[in-house]
Write a protein that binds this ligand. Structure first.
Ligand code: PLP
Length: 368
C-alpha cells in the first residue's frame, strides 16, 4: 500500500532512516494561504522569511527566460558567466557557488568535516549550520552571544580553538547584530580553522568585510541572492573563498552545483544594481520607522528585519495574535540560545508594514 510505513519486523522508517532524521529538521514559515483561510483574510502580510517583497529585476526575469531556451543542455560546470559577473561586481576574488547559501554551507562542511570533527557555532543564529554539521556527524559546539547579542572575541577564540570550521553570522539572524570588522580581524589572526562569516544581510548594513579576504586565507564569506536581490525562489548563493579551497569544494559538490537558469537569473539581477540599491534604502527607512513606532523594544539591526522582545507574551503567542490580524511573523522560540519571548519581523511592502504596526499597537494596548 502506498505510504504504508509498516513492515512485519517493525516500521520501515525505524529500520531505514538515520536517527538524526527521525525528528526535527528545518523550520519553515507558516503558509499564507492557510492563515488566510483560517481567519478569513483576502491577503496576508508575509513578514516571516526576510524575503524581498518586490519581484525580481526585469533584467533577471529576461535572462532566466533566455536561459530556459537552452535548458536541454547541462550548465557550464565552471559557471563562467556568473564568475565573470561576480568579479565585475565585487572585484578580483575567488568564488564558489551553490544552491542558495544553504547549498554552499552544506558543501563546505562536507568538504572539511570528518565524523567527530568540531564545528563551532555562535548562537542564537540561523539553524542550518547545525543541521548541516550534524549531517556529517560533526561535534557541534555552541558559543553564546552576550546579553546585548554581541560577540565576546576572547570567548569566541577560546571555544573555536579546536574547531575545523566556525560559523558567525553578521548581520546576525535573528538578532540583527552587526559584528565590527576589527573583531573579525582579531578572531582570524588567532584561529587556525576556517571562519565562515555569513553575510546574507550585509547589503542592508554599513559594514564591508571583503577586504579581510586579502589578509587571511582561512576566511569564507557567504552571500545570497535571496534577500537584497529578490531571488529567494531561484536558490542562488555564493561565497568568497581562499583560492586553495576551490578545487576541493568542487570535488565535494554535487555536479554542476547550480542550474543554468538560476545562474543566468543571478547575472541579470547583478546587472540591475539600481534596483537593489533602491530596495536597500527603502529597507533602511522602514527599519528605522518600524523600530521607532513599534511599542516593543528591539536591538539595532543591520538587516532587512527587526527582532522584538514580546514580553510579557511569549514569541509563539505573539505570532498567534498577529496571525489573527493577518500578519505572519517568525517566532524565535526555535532558535537555540534565545529565550522564548522574541519575534523576528521582516521589512515588507508598505501595506504589510502598516498592517503590522497597526496590529502590534492594538495587541500591546489590549494586553497590558
Ligand atoms: C536566508 C539566509 C541564508 C540562506 O540563504 P539561501 O541563499 O536562500 O539559502 C543563509 N544565512 C542566513 C543567516 C540567512 O538568513
Amino acid at each position: 500500500m502506498a505510504g504504508n510505513d509498516e513492515s512485519p519486523d517493525g516500521s520501515r522508517s525505524n529500520r531505514l532512516i538515520r536517527n538524526l532524521y527521525r525528528t526535527g529538521g528545518y523550520v519553515y514559515a507558516a503558509k499564507p494561504g492557510d492563515i488566510a483561510r483560517e481567519h478569513g483574510f483576502s491577503r496576508i502580510a508575509r513578514l516571516a522569511s526576510n524575503e524581498n517583497p518586490w519581484p525580481p529585476s526585469p533584467a533577471a526575469v529576461k535572462a532566466g527566460c533566455e536561459a530556459l531556451r537552452e535548458a536541454n543542455r547541462y550548465p557550464d560546470e565552471g559557471m563562467e558567466d556568473l564568475s565573470r559577473t561576480l568579479a565585475r561586481f565585487h572585484g578580483d576574488f575567488s568564488f564558489v557557488t551553490g544552491v542558495g547559501m544553504d547549498g554552499v554551507i552544506e558543501t563546505i562542511i562536507r568538504t572539511v568535516i570528518n565524523p567527530g570533527d568540531r564545528v563551532a557555532i555562535s548562537v542564537p543564529t540561523f539553524s542550518f549550520y547545525r543541521l548541516a554539521a550534524l549531517a556529517q556527524n560533526a561535534k557541534v559546539v555552541e558559543i553564546r552571544r552576550g546579553r546585548d547579542f554581541s560577540i565576546d572575541t576572547r570567548q569566541f577564540i577560546r571555544e573555536t580553538r579546536d574547531a575545523k570550521i566556525s560559523f558567525l553570522c553578521s548581520p546576525n539572524n535573528p538578532t540583527g547584530t552587526v559584528t565590527p570588522v576589527e573583531d573579525i580581524r582579531e578572531i582570524l589572526s588567532v584561529i587556525s580553522g576556517i571562519l565562515f562569516l555569513d553575510n546574507a544581510y550585509v547589503e542592508f548594513s554599513d559594514i564591508d568585510y571583503r577586504p579581510l579576504m586579502n589578509e587571511f586565507d582561512n576566511l569564507v564569506i557567504g552571500r545570497t541572492m535571496s534577500k537584497a536581490f529578490a531571488l529567494a525562489g531561484a536558490r542562488v548563493g555564493y561565497a568568497f573563498v581562499p583560492g586553495w579551497l576551490t578545487p576541493f569544494y568542487h570535488r565535494a559538490a554535487t555536479p554542476f552545483t547550480l542550474n543554468s537558469i538560476s545562474a543566468s537569473v543571478a547575472c541579470g539581477a547583478f546587472a540591475d544594481r539600481e534596483r537593489m540599491d533602491e530596495y536597500v534604502s527603502y529597507v533602511r527607512q522602514w527599519r528605522e520607522r518600524i523600530r521607532q513606532e513599534c511599542p516593543l523594544p528591539s536591538p539595532a539591526s543591520g538587516a532587512n528585519f527587526l527582532m522584538f522582545d514580546t514580553r510579557p507574551e511569549s514569541g509563539d503567542e505573539m505570532v498567534r495574535l498577529l496571525a489573527g490580524k493577518g500578519v505572519i511573523v517568525r517566532s524565535c522560540a526555535s532558535f537555540p540560545g534565545l529565550p522564548d519571548h522574541y519575534i523576528r519581523v521582516s521589512i515588507g511592502d508598505v501595506w504589510e508594514n502598516e498592517i503590522f504596526l497597526t496590529a502590534i499597537r492594538g495587541i500591546c494596548r489590549s494586553h497590558r
